[in-house]
Design a protein around this ligand. Structure first.
Ligand SMILES: Nc1ncnc2c1ncn2[C@@H]1O[C@H](COP(=O)(O)OP(=O)(O)OP(=O)(O)O)[C@@H](O)[C@H]1O
Ligand SMILES: O=c1[nH]c(=O)c2[nH+]cn([C@@H]3O[C@H](COP(=O)(O)O)[C@@H](O)[C@H]3O)c2[nH]1
Ligand SMILES: NC(=O)CC[C@H](N)C(=O)O
Ligand SMILES: [Mg+2]
Length: 523
């Protein structure tokens, strides 16, 4: 049995891309929550005895035959329920109301920013929204509720959704058509906090310290007296995972740093000395540059690179497991964004954007079982947990660096020579960022080496060399990102230094694409 606080919220997942954001908002309100796919919600309910339930959105459509339903027992448990988007629609249908598909009403849907007007007081709006006020929310639906279920009334309405918020205060059931969990609903986090605190009566005193205690208990239960190999990259996620697991199982843990020749300048030495200097956890440093670079020769497709790297990481971990007399578990610092971009959380219909090496890039055949204590968290929450665990700021504040390293920053063929060129340019860029005092204001910054040659003139001679792209973004969780707006003098200075100091690059460009529509990495 896993331990968990008795004061909890059960989130029933119908396959929305943003279900994890609901969990995150609940955590931000100081309340413990767990997500269960709708197929397993009844069992989770019996185990957790939650004080409230949230029903997520979904790509499915309630009027479609075979679309998911919540276990009917949840509506008879006498505890508050908040249905979001599909959650509102499915609750309405299951309690006797009506939902019609967009194509039937002929009105189309609402996608993006919308405004609603508050028409009645509601416990969700306490201390936040008054009757008659208009508020911005974020919508994403084609279907709509056309007749609410007995006991409900409308408490807020929008042009496209007359039933934007419906409430049955007697049963404490609430249905909202918009998405309070996304940042584009400015008051969304407060609405969710009103649900957990005012409606469900939870104190909001759950903390990262409790998350730490819960995960330690779970790791002990999962691992028993088995041995664990932990992939340690020097990044914040694996450093936090390693320290947490070490706290749980001590000497049963061995960390392995895979030096694949795709690291940044000086990084391998730094990671090893910083980790060994801070922790008394066994760390194996494997130099496998040749293995990775020879395998990557002539591989140019981004997904093929990622799959090869994912598989080769596992080969190395398995060799190390043998070297310590066998290990049953592989620990990784996998976070939620790695999971959602690679595969669907519930095995449902969300799409693969790119195969993160540690999730979608894993080989089908794996001898070790995964231990991934950070799998539900977002990066900024991992940093908070790192601080809770007392990790040095040098780990906690580091920019993320992808496991496949420079291989996905060199579109086209990856060679040692091209890695060396990129390492030099990247080091100059980061040095200038640090000197300008901008490192902490930027979420991630790096150089890419393009498979494009252009003509230049240097010292009156013609050059014909590669183009270097510079990228810098701000973000809170890596799911969305904005371009960092450097001033032109800064960029000009970096470009001049790179062209002057790095042989093989004669032109520098800056990437002005946000995410979406771009992604942070180029591959
Ligand atoms: N060079 C490496 N050696 C060993 N394990 C690695 C290496 N690179 C990545 N991993 C494993 O893959 C996981 C995912 O990599 P990812 O880059 O997302 O996380 P991270 O490196 O720990 O943190 P950050 O996101 O800050 O870079 C890591 O947590 C780690 O377990
Ligand atoms: O460990 C990792 N393995 C991967 O395969 C991988 N791909 C992208 N990233 C990192 O994830 C964040 C989001 O990146 P994208 O916008 O490029 O998907 C950014 O921080 C990326 O650096 C990875 N990290
Ligand atoms: N975001 C959602 O939950 C959408 C629900 C449903 N698919 C609709 O279009 O209305
Ligand atoms: Mg990393």
């Amino acid at each position: 049995m896993t331990i968990q606080p008795s004061d909890s919220i059960l989130i029933v997942d119908f396959g929305s891309q943003v279900t994890q954001l609901i969990a995150r908002r609940v955590r931000e309100a100081g309340v413990y929550s767990e997500i269960a796919p709708y197929t397993m919600a009844e069992a989770a309910f019996a185990r957790m005895k939650p004080k409230g339930i949230i029903l997520s959105g979904s790509p499915a459509s309630v009027p479609d035959a075979g679309s998911p339903r919540a276990p009917q027992a949840l509506f008879e448990a006498g505890i508050p329920i908040l249905g979001i988007c599909y959650g509102q629609q499915v609750m309405t249908e299951q309690l006797g109301g009506e939902v019609r598909p967009g194509h039937e009403t002929g009105e189309g849907g609402e996608f993006g920013r919308a405004f609603l007007t508050v028409t009645q007081p509601c416990a969700l709006f306490d201390g936040l929204w008054e009757v008659g006020e208009r508020h911005q929310v974020w919508m994403s639906h084609g279907d709509k509720v056309t007749q609410f279920a007995p006991g409900f009334e409308i408490v807020a309405t929008s042009d496209g959704a007359p039933f934007a918020v419906i409430a049955d205060e007697a049963r404490r059931f609430y249905g909202i058509q918009f998405h309070p969990e996304v940042v584009h609903t400015p008051d969304g986090a407060k609405l969710i906090a009103n649900f957990t605190r005012h409606v469900c009566g939870l104190a909001g005193d759950w903390t990262m310290a409790e998350f730490r205690a819960t995960k330690i208990a779970e790791i002990r239960e999962q691992v028993g007296d088995g041995k664990v190999i932990c992939g340690l990259s020097g990044g914040v996620d694996s450093a936090v995972a390693a320290v947490l697991i070490h706290e749980a199982i001590g000497e049963q843990l061995t960390c392995v740093f895979v030096d694949h020749g795709l690291m940044r300048q000086g990084e391998a030495e730094q990671v090893v000395s910083l980790f060994k200097g801070s922790y008394n956890i066994p760390l194996v440093h494997r130099d496998v540059e040749e293995l990775f670079l020879s395998g990557l020769a002539e591989v140019t497709d981004p997904e093929a690179k990622r799959k090869f790297i994912g598989k080769t990481f596992i080969d190395v971990f398995e060799e190390e497991a043998k070297a310590i007399g066998g290990a049953d578990f592989l620990a990784q610092g996998t976070l939620y964004p790695d999971v959602i971009e690679s595969v669907s959380f519930t095995g449902g219909p969300s799409v693969t954007i790119k195969s993160h090496h540690n999730v979608g890039g894993l080989p089908a055949r794996m001898n070790m079982k995964l231990v991934e204590p950070l799998r539900e968290l977002f990066k900024d929450e991992v940093r908070e947990l790192g601080r809770e665990l007392g990790l040095p700021e040098a780990f906690v504040g580091r920019h993320p660096f992808p496991g496949p390293g420079l291989a996905i920053r060199i579109p086209g063929e990856v060679t040692k020579e091209r890695c060396d060129i990129l390492r030099k340019a990247d080091a100059i860029y980061l040095e200038e960022i640090r000197n300008a005092g901008l490192y902490d204001a930027i979420w991630q910054a790096f150089a890419v080496l393009l498979p494009v040659k252009t003509v230049g003139v240097m010292g009156d001679a013609r050059t014909y060399d590669s183009v270097c792209g510079l990228r810098a973004v701000t973000s809170t969780d890596g799911m969305t990102a904005d371009v960092y707006p450097f001033d032109a003098t800064f960029l000009t200075n970096v470009a001049t230094r790179i062209v002057n100091e790095v042989r093989g690059i004669n032109r520098v460009v800056y990437d002005y694409t946000s995410k979406p529509p771009g992604t942070i990495e180029w591959e």
